[in-house]
Design a protein around this ligand. Structure first.
Ligand code: NAG
Ligand code: NAG
Ligand code: NAG
Ligand code: NAG
Length: 229
């Protein structure tokens, strides 16, 4: 009977430690793990840009920093043709489904694990969202980022002024990697020599701070990809 009692004591001790650490305000949001899979619920009903595709989606986000690639696999409600958003650290992002493709250039590459804290996130306080007690940070006047006060996992983020996008983290699996390279490979129709089918953006002017660049990147991503989204 000693073992269950010890377990109980350990659980109690862990819970107490977690509770007391969640009572203090962290210096900043925790960096993302280097590899994870998250399922995001996305509701674009209230976005400010014109979107012709269905507003409710599930995103499978595969973040893979060691391989410098990031995939948003976007499933629209009741649709069989998902949208792939494959982002490479060299700045190229491919947005494609079974028939179309757009290629965009983002000079800052993919989000770094510490992106949310880089350039300074502003602590906005404590808020319960989805029943989860969160620390909330704002960044660059348009990102609002919610982190579970107990586990420090991301819970939600909003891109307020830019697009009205709100994303809710439904699951978060640290260390889960999408190994299947075919899922990352942009299809042949992304490489057609057909300027009309491609939107290329080049942005190599003035140096700005990393924080502003991150904000710009998000801005450019969501503004630039509005049609695809
Ligand atoms: C989606 O957002 C709209 C507007 O913000 C809201 O009215 C609606 O209830 C939301 N739907 C879901 C399923 O969250
Ligand atoms: C929809 O967006 C507008 C601003 O664009 C905001 O004032 C309003 O509260 C939003 N509605 C919902 C249900 O989130
Ligand atoms: C970036 O890397 C991807 C994947 O290897 C490649 O398809 C793309 O052409 C590269 N972009 C540039 C600008 O080199
Ligand atoms: C763009 O690509 C699609 C799919 O491959 C093709 O059907 C269409 O003809 C292309 N557009 C132009 C202007 O060539």
């Amino acid at each position: 009977m000693a073992w269950p009692l010890l377990q109980l004591l350990l659980i109690a001790a862990t819970t107490t430690a977690a509770a007391s650490s969640s009572a203090t305000t962290p210096d900043g949001p925790a960096p993302w793990p280097e590899q994870f899979h998250a399922v995001l619920f996305t509701n674009l009903t209230n976005v400010s840009f014109a979107s012709t595709s269905p507003p409710l989606r599930l995103h499978d986000l595969y973040y893979d920093w060691p391989r410098r690639r990031n995939l948003n696999l976007i499933r629209y409600q009741l649709s069989r043709d998902p949208l792939y958003d494959v982002e490479w650290n060299n700045g190229t992002s491919f947005y494609f489904d079974s028939a179309t493709c757009r290629t965009l250039q983002f000079p800052v590459g993919m989000l770094r694990p510490g992106w949310i804290a880089e350039g300074g996130a502003v602590y906005l306080g404590r808020e319960t969202t989805g029943g989860i007690d969160c620390h909330v940070w704002g960044k660059a006047d348009f990102i609002v980022y919610y982190e579970d006060a107990l586990t420090r996992r991301p819970v939600r983020w909003n891109f307020i002024d830019v697009t009205g996008i709100e994303q809710f983290v439904m699951s978060f699996e640290v260390g889960v990697v999408l190994e299947d390279d075919s899922q990352w490979q942009a299809p042949a129709h992304c490489f057609l020599d057909d300027a009309a089918n491609k939107t290329n953006e080049h942005d190599d002017h003035v140096a700005v701070s990393n924080g502003v660049m991150d904000a710009l990147r998000l801005f450019r991503k969501f503004a630039g990809a509005a049609a695809a989204y």
